[in-house]
Design a protein around this ligand. Structure first.
Ligand code: HEC
Length: 122
């Protein structure tokens, strides 16, 4: 009797662990990502390809094509101006290498809001 119960218990535990792993392996949908995840994701924001960020340490070797994103509130007191820069960097610099995230629909409006909030806090 005991062994059967024990076996059942292990079976249930095994299932729980299995379910946990399956969940972890599933990719997060962009609509469920945080601003940080969107900014870091290589196929979405990929901001680190060009910008260093203070919360990220050199293990990831951020790019230096763009300026480091630090003290953003001091440099962009107006959050709308920061959002505009991310939405269409070509307004300030027509030859910018920075992708036009909003204008070219690389990120949705909601994703740009999340990225702006994350960057604004750096
Ligand atoms: C291919 C390179 C590249 C990528 C990718 C890139 N940027 Fe940029 N970014 C630049 C460059 C270069 C500038 C400097 C201004 C210019 O030349 O347009 C810049 C400027 C900025 C600025 C203005 C900084 C300041 O101090 O004036 C912000 C904010 C910014 N980027 C945010 C982002 C965010 C957020 C992402 C990701 C969603 C991103 N960038 C992705 C290249 C890039």
């Amino acid at each position: 009797m005991r062994n059967i119960r024990m076996g059942l218990l292990l079976g249930v535990l095994g299932l729980a662990v299995h379910a946990g792993l399956a969940q972890a392996a599933e990719p997060v949908k962009p609509s469920e990502m945080t601003g940080k995840e969107l900014a870091f994701d290589r196929s979405l924001g990929n901001c680190l390809a060009c910008h260093a960020m203070p919360t990220v340490h050199d293990a990831t070797s951020p790019g230096t094509i763009g300026p480091p994103l630090i003290a953003m509130k001091a440099r962009f007191p107006d959050k709308a101006a920061l959002r505009a820069q991310i939405w269409d960097a070509a307004v300030k610099n027509p030859n910018t290498p920075m992708p036009l995230y909003g204008k070219n629909k690389i990120l949705t409006e909601q994703e740009i809001d999340k990225v702006t909030n994350f960057i604004y806090g750096l």
